[in-house]
Design a protein around this ligand. Structure first.
Ligand code: BDR
Ligand code: CA
Length: 479
């Protein structure tokens, strides 16, 4: 048994019932339709509730996973006997035809009196019809017509499948890396279990020092492991650090002590990744927002981890927009193309969050300033270290900045804010297109080529930028 709290941002329960044998994809489609019908987006959901749906548990858990909310499985007899009612949520109720009352009684159980409020709001569309057919709980405990007075129900639930995303954050802080770090640290559904550093926005000594500095300033419990300082192909020529973007010290040249008195994890980053993935099989989500060197090293040393991670979310690449370090390449991929190709072609699930979506997701100086005024010291520090990065972006953004790495962090909890295509992805290694990522979209036929027999990955091509920015704000302002 566990408890769930309802915040103003997440106050809706989706009551979900489905007939035996319904496929998860169908349940998901119906759930999404119901949410649309009542004008509620997934990140306003606190939970999915279901009652006596044990045979459909897998389908409901799949929907819960997709919507990144916990699934609550109610048990009718227990419902009558035990525990306090949950406070203050409203509900969306969706009953699939054929299981009258089931879904809304689950929601009623979760929300008690407040149900009426939202049930009353459900108008038109299929969801309304389903609610009307399903009826509601009467004082005698039976289900009745949709308009009768609802009786507060004592609630009891078994809390299963609660989604806590276990994240290892592979990063080169980096101004936008810093914002994403605070997001991962503060999001209630993310368990940040490790920070691994890599060279990129500065040397690995500097990015590691920065990670320790932010860990100390923001009180982040996750261990920090130091990673790669050179490309996976050591023969590649070294390049200058992008000091004009992130400052000489990688954090916008705010004052940062030369050393931070905190211990590092004794393992190199790639070993930390391997050990942590093996200790949590099927659970770890790797969020990589720098060069892909640590991930490629981990794969080289222990290829089996590809089958043991839950998935990989990367910030990198560009597909239908120009690059930012060459006409065709983005910085993280261009910084170590061979490593990126290893990552993209390994048999794991990768979601690519590239410039197609990050370059249109910007936060203005004034928006960040308002956050800083409202927020605590952590947000004020973020505001301070972002100022010169915002200055750098004046060529492309009107007094604001692209929040590249935070888009990848947001994808972990809100993939529904992105649209995507899928296909095998390769990285050009060498020549004038060095570091270009190219997708062969699934379903397109070409003569035999270098994309054949490579895993199909997700490439994001669209984003609901305003919602992403607001989710970042709401998360950073949580304390
Ligand atoms: C990426 O490169 C770095 O400058 C940023 O931190 C981000 O990860 C954007 O191209
Ligand atoms: Ca980065």
């Amino acid at each position: 048994m566990s408890d769930i709290s309802f915040t103003p941002a997440r106050r809706h329960v989706l009551g979900l019932g489905c007939e035996r044998g319904t496929q998860p994809a169908e349940v998901l489609a119906l759930a999404v339709e119901a949410l649309k019908a009542v004008g509620i987006v997934a990140d306003e959901l606190a939970a999915i509730a279901s009652i006596d749906s044990r045979r459909q548990e897998a389908a409901i858990l799949a929907v819960a996973r997709h919507l990144a909310v916990p699934a609550l499985f109610f048990d009718a007899p227990r419902l009558e006997r035990e525990t306090p009612r949950l406070k203050n949520p409203s509900a969306v109720v969706f009953a699939r035809v054929g299981c009258h009352g089931v879904a809304e009684s689950a929601a009623l159980a979760a929300i008690g009196d407040n149900a009426e409020l939202v049930l009353g709001k459900i108008k038109s569309a299929q969801a309304t019809a389903a609610v009307a057919r399903g009826g509601c709980r009467k004082p005698d405990g039976r289900y009745g017509g949709g308009n009768s007075r609802r009786q507060p129900a004592a609630s009891r639930f078994t809390f299963r499948g609660h989604i806590m995303h276990k994240v290892i954050y592979d990063t080169d802080p980096g101004v936008d890396d810093a914002m994403a770090l605070l997001f991962l640290h503060r999001h209630p559904e993310i368990d940040l279990i490790g920070i691994t550093t890599v060279f990129g926005n500065a040397s690995v000594e500097t990015t590691t020092r920065n990670a320790l500095f932010l860990k100390r300033e923001w009180n982040i419990p996750a261990p920090v492991a130091k990673g790669a300082s050179v490309t996976i192909d050591a023969a590649r020529a070294e390049r200058e650090w992008p000091a004009m973007v992130h400052g000489d010290n990688g954090l916008g040249d705010i004052e940062v002590p030369a050393t931070i008195d905190l211990p590092l994890d004794p393992r190199p980053a790639h070993r930390f990744i391997i050990d942590t993935v093996r200790a949590n099989p099927g659970e770890v989500r790797l969020v990589a927002v720098g060069r892909m060197t640590n991930l490629a090293r981990a794969l080289k040393e222990d290829p089996e981890i590809a089958t043991l991670v839950k998935d990989v979310v990367i910030m990198g690449g560009n597909f239908y927009v120009p690059g930012n370090v060459s006409p065709v390449a983005e910085a993280n991929i261009h910084g170590d193309p061979e490593a990126a190709d290893i990552v993209m072609t390994a048999p794991w699930k990768v979601a690519v969050i590239g410039l197609d979506v990050t370059s249109i997701t910007t936060m203005s100086r004034s928006y960040l300033g308002r956050m800083a005024a409202e927020g605590d010291g952590a947000v004020k520090l973020l505001d301070a270290l972002s100022q010169s990065y915002i200055d750098f972006y004046k060529h492309a953004v009107e007094d604001g900045m692209m929040v590249h790495d935070s888009c990848a962090a947001v994808y972990v909890v809100a993939p529904e804010l992105f649209s995507s295509i899928s296909g095998a992805v390769r990285v050009v290694c060498g020549g004038i297109a060095d570091g270009q990522m190219i997708i062969k979209p699934d379903g397109r036929r070409f003569p035999p080529g270098d994309w054949d027999d490579r895993p199909s990955q997700i490439v994001t091509t669209g984003i609901e930028s305003e919602k992403v920015i607001d989710l970042i704000r709401d998360t950073l302002l949580r304390v």
